[in-house]
Design a protein around this ligand. Structure first.
Ligand SMILES: *[C@@H]1O[C@H](CO)[C@@H](O)[C@H](O)[C@H]1NC(C)=O
Ligand SMILES: *[C@@H]1O[C@H](CO)[C@@H](O)[C@H](O)[C@H]1NC(C)=O
Ligand SMILES: *[C@@H]1O[C@H](CO)[C@@H](O)[C@H](O)[C@H]1NC(C)=O
Ligand SMILES: *[C@@H]1O[C@H](CO)[C@@H](O)[C@H](O)[C@H]1NC(C)=O
Ligand SMILES: *[C@@H]1O[C@H](CO)[C@@H](O)[C@H](O)[C@H]1NC(C)=O
Ligand SMILES: *[C@@H]1O[C@H](CO)[C@@H](O)[C@H](O)[C@H]1NC(C)=O
Length: 279
């Protein structure tokens, strides 16, 4: 019964751009934000998120957490009409580590897969591919279409990273009240470079140190003509894993979906001058 209830209430929401911390603990951590166009050379305080869920599924602790979760869910559902717009009604960290991460890991892996795909696209695809806004709209829509537990999916770029004419760009697919999925450019209404977008700041920060990531080692053989395969060419690309992603606390999306959500964000990279960098 509990699981069914949560299935119906807690959707997931993703961004690819964000994420990771190598830090664990519930302490407030001072992060120094490096450069990046905006006036973000300041120190930002926020509660960092746990990199790895410590799943304590012992019967006693689990029922505590679920009880607390259901109380909160009931409370907000009841007061839906007069909640304060925003995303600040969140559940405790316990719910996230004990339940949310475990429940939605498969959905998060879709984002990880997509982030690695995007890194490769931005490394080598022909310019025509990278200029196709249709392609980027389609790839977020297909994620939401693939799984009813996913409420929305976005692919947000840093300033001027998508194309020079656009300051920000973030194709974003989301479910609407009538059940249809709409895709839009979220950056036109949500300026996510601001210091309240913990997800974006943290992704950028972790991505600024490439030593946090591993690289694939492999080869590829390009086709030469109608009947011949080319020789082996070395291929190595930076990769992200589930652990590089960042989970938000479950929150009640008042005024938005009016449902409980968690978001998972994971960075992807651009490539220039032989180096990968946060995109
Ligand atoms: C799991 O939770 C139970 C009950 O709160 C506690 O007694 C136990 O020590 C916890 N186990 C771990 C590994 O944290
Ligand atoms: C950014 O943070 C500063 C102080 O840390 C605050 O005064 C300012 O209002 C914040 N800006 C935004 C857009 O949240
Ligand atoms: C980058 O990350 C590596 C490994 O995670 C760490 O050893 C190194 O100190 C970091 N470098 C900087 C400049 O933070
Ligand atoms: C990188 O690869 C090494 C060796 O396989 C592994 O121990 C390490 O955890 C990996 N690091 C990340 C960030 O995936
Ligand atoms: C491969 O195709 C070329 C022309 O495209 C042809 O000359 C050659 O005979 C073909 N080789 C084989 C093994 O079919
Ligand atoms: C790439 O490297 C060259 C030479 O090292 C440098 O002049 C150029 O500014 C670099 N371009 C970018 C985009 O960093």
């Amino acid at each position: 019964m509990i699981f069914k209830y949560v299935d119906a209430s807690a959707w997931i929401y993703y961004y690819y751009t964000v994420s990771l911390f190598s830090v664990t603990s519930s302490n407030i951590v001072n992060y120094t934000i490096y450069n990046y166009n905006q006036n973000l050379n300041s120190t930002v305080d926020f509660v960092d998120s746990e990199l790895r869920p410590s799943l304590n599924l012992s019967r006693e602790s689990e029922s505590d957490v679920i009880e607390q979760f259901l109380e909160q869910v009931e409370l907000y559902k009841k007061n839906k009409g007069n909640c304060t717009p925003g995303t600040h009604h969140n559940l405790g960290k316990g719910v996230k580590t004990q339940y949310g991460l475990y429940r939605f890991k498969n959905q998060a892996l879709v984002a990880v897969n997509r982030a690695n795909f995007l890194t490769r696209i931005w490394k080598k695809a022909e310019p025509g591919v990278l200029e196709s806004e249709y392609l980027f709209y389609t790839q977020v829509r297909s994620i939401v279409e693939s799984d009813p537990d996913i409420f929305a999916a976005g692919n947000c770029y840093d300033a001027r990273e998508f194309k020079a004419e656009y300051f920000l760009y973030c194709p974003y697919a989301h479910r609407m009240d009538n059940g249809e999925i709409n895709v839009k450019d979220l950056s036109l209404e949500y300026h996510y470079l601001g210091n309240s977008s913990e997800w974006f700041i943290s992704a950028r920060m972790i991505s600024s140190n490439l030593s946090n990531f591993n690289f694939t080692v492999g080869t590829e053989q390009w086709r030469i003509n109608d009947n011949t395969s080319g020789s082996y060419e070395y291929d190595s690309t930076i990769t992200v894993t589930y652990e590089h992603g960042h989970w938000s606390l479950p929150y009640f999306d008042c005024g938005g979906g009016n449902i409980w959500m968690m978001t998972y964000t994971v960075p992807f990279f651009g490539y220039s001058n032989g180096t990968f960098k946060f995109k």
